[in-house]
Design a protein around this ligand. Structure first.
Ligand code: SF4
Ligand code: MSK
Length: 632
């Protein structure tokens, strides 16, 4: 394992992955620019923006506040550093919450259409979960068929998006102590869209100019995502496509097959990718692929729509966020189909160099250089057949193919239901292992890649340090691909774990690092934490757990961090968010929140140090629960 220092060659500063390094060499040879080149072109970054001290919320500006006290200390409207930093952070949270929650809304729309009988290929794959969630939303499920329940549940979920509730339904899953705390702080989210809309209002010039009040609403807005939009997205995905169970899979660029039509799905929403998967199994299309000289159709994923397919079907993963350009350089990708979020607009120009056909599918996410094939619930089945046919036709345009590595084995698909199933239906065995100290605690490692950090170094180093210290790791999003590539997600990976974790995972036959899914599936971590807290009759903040986002880049990750902390989970960020223009806000988020919500953020770019912070936190929580504690 390596970190970056002054002696590290330029090439190795970019990624720790073997496939990534080889594909970077290829792109350099082919003179194709990458995200790392564009990152260099942007340096040095604007210091005002990095500190959160620039504002363009109105056209009296743009304005900036001088951090050295020599230039202006307020904008044209009089907003000072605290107000400007808080407003900027508030808008970041709103954008993240909006993204996840709009993804959830798209799934609720499909659920509603299935309920109305306009299923067009979608169906209820987990009727038990349908009934369970419907019950939570107050739908009387007695004597009703699945479609009626789906229709009534979709209606109730739509109500959660609006302004008719005093509190979101799924907050009831949180421990009572946590809910009482949110109530006392006045941060109970009322409507998913309402809190985002209110944040945009509050941050307009001349509305909320109390930075603490703005940040409290930031908490409410983030909770509307974590316990609202994202939780609905995750639940409805399970209802429509099945609740994940462990599946063997493979990862890295080696999952591409030289002799098959390779289709890569990229984005987040399984509404499109599930239909594409279905089309790839069509005997007619498989025959067509053979007619075109291919031996089959190989569907693989990147980013979170890939994670959704991996969790439910064991579909292989070609890479994570910073691999999305690299894998095109294999020359083996006949088509990339995107939905939305985390799709760099650069990707079409890279694809053009390697004869990859690019397809956009969402009316809300169009890209230059892509062919647009709009998917809606009523036409998705037909549209999926059309795009897979186009991919097959593109196979004959292949030129040079370079698949740099062989794929690594992994296992994914650990929903909360699957974890509890492995434990015999109750969290007791996990709690017992924590009480005896064989497992010291658990950490959720989540989030993206960021060219500021050597790709996957933060994720893999932090994970390795935690599991070797008997801390169970659950991961989501792009971290999960990094950890799978590192070989942490097979049963044999217990060889990386400390003795206690090795014993427990060995007995259960599970890896020490559990793949919990996509970005919206971070809520599965909240649900599991709530189950553990309820079993111990404590709050989430009392548990020996922590969160981390070692390589985060996106607004969604910022929102996830805030709802983790607001739910009582101490969270360590790698990259610094743009808040250092206000030391009042830095202090609030990294110190004072402890006495407010029982958890704080820490910022630590070095994963070795982040591991120490998390171990200390977990050991201090063990001591407070009266369990044996080690020096962290
Ligand atoms: Fe400047 Fe205030 Fe307008 Fe922001 S809102 S651009 S600080 S005048
Ligand atoms: S895809 S939000 S880069 S995890 Fe969910 Fe990865 Fe982060 Fe996008």
């Amino acid at each position: 394992m390596m970190g970056v220092n002054d002696m590290t060659p330029k090439r190795e500063r970019k990624t720790i992955t073997e496939d990534g390094l080889l594909l970077l060499d290829k792109m350099e040879k082919d003179r194709v620019t990458t995200v790392w080149d564009r990152f260099q072109d942007q340096l040095p970054n604007c210091g005002y923006c990095e500190m959160g001290l620039s504002c363009r919320n109105c056209v009296m500006g743009p304005c900036r506040v001088d951090p050295f006290g020599e230039g202006p200390q307020v904008g044209v409207c009089g907003a000072d550093a605290n107000i400007i930093v808080a407003r900027n952070l508030g808008r970041m949270i709103a954008a993240g919450a909006a993204s996840h929650s709009d993804h959830g809304r798209d799934l609720v729309d499909v659920l509603a259409q299935v309920g109305e009988g306009n299923n067009a290929g979608y169906q209820i794959r987990d009727p038990n979960k349908l009934k369970q969630v419907a019950g939570e939303f107050g739908v009387d499920v007695g004597g009703k068929d699945d479609l009626t329940i789906a229709s009534e549940l979709a209606y109730q979920m739509q109500e959660d998006y609006g302004m008719r509730r005093k509190s979101l339904t799924l907050l009831a899953r949180a421990p009572e102590k946590r809910r009482e705390l949110w109530m006392s702080l006045g941060v109970v989210p009322r409507g998913i869209d309402r809190e985002t809309s209110e944040m945009m209002h509050r941050t307009h010039m001349g509305v909320d100019n109390d930075w603490k009040s703005l940040l409290l609403h930031g908490i409410r807005n983030a909770l509307s995502d974590g316990w609202g939009g994202s939780m609905i997205a995750s639940d409805v995905s399970d209802i429509l496509f099945g609740t994940p169970t462990p599946h063997p899979t493979k990862v890295n660029a080696g999952v591409l097959e030289e002799d098959q039509v390779n289709i890569v799905v990229h984005g987040h929403n399984p509404v499109v990718s599930e239909m594409v998967l279905h089309a790839c199994h069509s005997p007619d299309l498989l025959a067509r692929a053979e007619e075109n000289g291919a031996t089959g159709i190989n569907l693989v994923g990147v980013c979170c729509t890939g994670n959704e397919l991996l969790m439910r079907h064991g579909i292989a993963m070609a890479g994570n966020h910073l691999s999305t350009e690299l894998i095109l350089a294999t020359g083996a990708v006949d088509m990339m189909i995107v939905d939305y979020q985390c799709i760099m607009p650069s990707i079409s120009s890279v694809a053009a160099c390697y004869n990859t056909k690019m397809i956009s599918t969402s009316d809300k996410a169009k890209f230059p250089g892509m062919d647009h094939r709009e998917f809606h619930p009523h036409n998705a089945e037909k549209m999926a057949v059309q795009v897979v046919t186009e991919a097959i036709e593109n196979f004959v345009n292949r030129k040079e193919v370079f698949i740099p590595t062989t794929a690594t084995d992994a296992v994914g698909g650990f929903s909360v239901e699957a974890v509890l199933g492995a434990l015999g239906g109750t969290p007791e065995p996990l709690l017992e292992a924590i009480k005896t100290g064989k497992i010291r605690g658990a950490a959720g490692i989540v989030g993206c890649n960021n060219p500021r950090i050597q790709q996957d170094y933060g994720h893999v180093t932090l994970t390795q340090r935690l599991i070797e210290n008997d801390i169970l790791v659950v991961d989501t999003g792009c971290v999960s691909v990094a950890n799978a590539k590192a070989g942490f997600k097979v049963a044999d990976a217990i060889s990386f774990a400390g003795p206690g974790l090795k014993e427990i995972c060995g007995a259960l036959g599970i890896p020490p690092v559990l793949h919990f899914g996509s970005c919206v599936d971070n809520v599965r971590i909240l649900v599991l934490a709530s189950a553990l807290a309820n079993a111990l009759d404590v709050d989430i903040s009392d548990l020996p757990i922590a969160g981390a986002a070692p390589e985060w880049y996106s607004e969604k990750a910022a929102t996830i961090g805030v709802y983790f902390v607001a739910s009582g989970v101490y969270t360590v960020l790698g990259p610094m968010p743009p808040i250092t223009g206000s030391m009042d806000i830095v202090k609030l988020l990294t110190e004072d929140l402890e006495s407010v919500v029982g958890a704080t953020f820490a910022v630590e770019p070095d994963p070795e140090n982040a591991a120490i912070l998390i171990r200390k936190r977990i050991e201090s929580k063990r001591a407070a629960l009266g369990l044996d504690a080690r020096d962290g």
